[in-house]
Design a protein around this ligand. Structure first.
Ligand SMILES: [Zn+2]
Ligand SMILES: [Zn+2]
Length: 138
């Protein structure tokens, strides 16, 4: 939709003459309308790009936190167990890592890491392709 350059009413983009006030658009009017439409399209494009980048950032933060919470405590536990000969270290630290990962999943769920940034649909394994709900590239 565009605004008529004369009466300012909202009209369809295909018009070269206002169906309401009958004003016939000048060349300059048509140039202005084309520019306005392409600006709008650009803004939409960059907005979608930003949403996509923000979602990718959230996902990578989630995956890093998962690596840290699962592997770092388990590794520290393993080293301590190997050094001391006591299995308790690996048991405690691996459990701690599991608890951290559960918290990580809950936080990711709240922050919408597993949802499409365009339609809010649940994604699960559709990362890096197209949303199965709205068809947007994600
Ligand atoms: Zn008009
Ligand atoms: Zn979607």
């Amino acid at each position: 939709m565009i605004n008529c350059p004369k009466c300012n009413e909202l009209i369809g983009e295909e018009h070269v003459m206002c169906p309401i006030c009958r004003y016939e658009f000048s060349i300059q009017d048509i140039i202005n309308i084309k520019k306005e439409l392409s600006d709008r399209e650009n803004k939409r494009f960059y907005y979608r790009k930003e949403l996509r980048e923000e979602a990718a950032k959230k996902r990578s933060r989630y995956f890093s936190a998962m690596m840290l919470s699962l592997f770092v405590p388990a590794l520290v536990g393993l080293v301590l167990t190997l050094l001391t000969g006591s299995i308790i270290f690996v048991e405690i630290l691996a459990s701690l890592g599991l608890v951290c990962e559960i918290i990580n999943v809950i936080v990711a769920q709240i922050k919408g890491v597993f949802r499409c940034p365009f339609c809010d649909g649940t994604l699960y394994r559709y990362y890096g392709s197209y949303c199965p709900h709205c068809g947007e590239k994600i």
